[in-house]
Design a protein around this ligand. Structure first.
Ligand SMILES: *Cc1c(COP(=O)(O)O)cnc(C)c1O
Length: 358
């Protein structure tokens, strides 16, 4: 059956192999087959996270765990690093959870400057920092290592990092970097269907959670930890997602992590070459462009909604016409998940066809 293939930066295309795993016969979540499933994937999850800490599976979208992180680890005051739609939203979420939240805001398209973060943290006012590694709305990849180095100078500060659109596409070593809560979702860089989130937490994060009395139940980090020790989840999980995740981990480790990272660099470079040679600009400032998606600045003043429509009608390809206030001023092309040199070449050829370029 012909379907519209997603090249939007999430959800992305899900492979037939993944769908086959997703629709395996159901198993009970308290029985041995489930415990074997979780125990079987756990070491590979730890390797991907770069951690010896437990890795948890939450049946929610990423925002569920993002909100959970606020409720579990923030004492009083959280500093939110904000550089686009997703990172800006943290401030609102933290406030809705009753926390005092302050913005470290930069203009969309710019990155979070480690020195600016240092200056804020040196005030001693903040007990937690939120960061989005790869800001999906603007195509900016923040300098994670340098930012983590800054936060490590403040041993009482907990660092929460969202890697929804970069996890597994680039190396993110949680323990080495000193990340306290690392969060990702299923439908972007992992190319699984939406509806599952994965996360891990440091001992510092668990200690914070233990101080916090209003963690609730569904998203209680300590409940996740207790249940994971028995290879289970606190409540009935989306077992179908976990079957699909097992299949995806097979794919990832068969390809090899280095090869997977190199593939994203390569397919992203193909998109970048296309952007330059067709006379467009990048929305992300130079040196900080994401390797999993490209936010193209509409410097040629093309009719973006028409391009999006033509791509779908003529080629059954879905691209994104710009997020929120960037609608029409940008369009976004994803190379996350399973995309290859061949599929990205096809995407670019179809764009040329619709734009009358090449
Ligand atoms: C998509 C996205 C989210 C939100 O994920 P949901 O699955 O919709 O909750 C959060 N952060 C980033 C960086 C994203 O790209």
């Amino acid at each position: 059956m012909q379907h519209d293939k997603l090249f939007i930066p999430g959800p992305v295309e899900v492979s037939p192999k993944t769908w086959a795993a997703f629709s395996r016969p159901m198993i009970g979540h308290r029985g041995e087959p489930f415990k074997k499933l979780y125990a079987g994937i756990h070491p590979r999850l730890q390797e991907l996270f770069g951690t010896t800490q437990p890795v948890f599976l939450s049946t929610s979208s990423a925002w569920g765990v993002m909100e959970a992180a606020i409720r579990n680890v923030v004492r009083e005051r959280v500093l939110c690093c904000m550089c686009g739609a997703f990172s800006d939203k943290w401030l609102d979420v933290a406030r809705r959870c009753g926390k005092e939240a302050a913005p470290l805001q930069v203009e969309w398209g710019k990155h979070i400057e480690p020195a600016a973060l240092d200056a804020q943290l040196s005030s001693g006012r903040f007990d937690t920092v939120t960061l989005i590694h790869n800001e999906t709305s603007t195509g900016v990849m923040n300098p994670l290592r340098a930012i983590c180095e800054v936060v490590r100078r403040y041993p009482d500060v907990v660092l929460i990092v969202d890697t929804v659109s970069s996890f597994s596409a680039v190396s993110i070593m949680m323990d080495e970097l000193g990340i306290d809560v690392l969060i990702t979702g299923s439908q972007k860089a992992l190319a699984l269907p939406p509806g599952l989130a994965l996360f891990s937490a440091s001992d510092k994060a668990f200690a914070r959670a233990a101080e916090n009395n209003d963690r609730g139940y569904y998203f209680d980090f300590l409940e996740f930890k207790r249940q994971q020790e028995g290879n289970m989840t606190p409540s009935t999980p989306s077992v179908a997602h976990i079957h699909a995740l097992e299949s995806k981990l097979d794919d990832i480790f068969t390809e090899g992590l280095e090869q997977r990272h190199a593939r994203h660099v390569w397919t992203n470079a193909m998109v970048h070459d296309w952007v330059r040679s067709r006379g467009f600009d990048f929305f992300a400032e130079e040196g900080y462009a994401s390797v999993t998606l490209t936010c193209v600045a509409n410097s040629r003043g093309i009719d973006v909604p028409k391009l999006v429509g033509d791509m779908r009608e003529r080629h059954h390809i879905v691209i994104d016409g710009g997020y929120g206030k960037l609608k029409g001023q940008t369009f976004r092309l994803s190379n996350m998940g399973d995309e290859t040199e061949e599929t990205v070449s096809h995407l670019l050829a179809c764009l040329d066809d619709c734009l009358g370029t090449a």
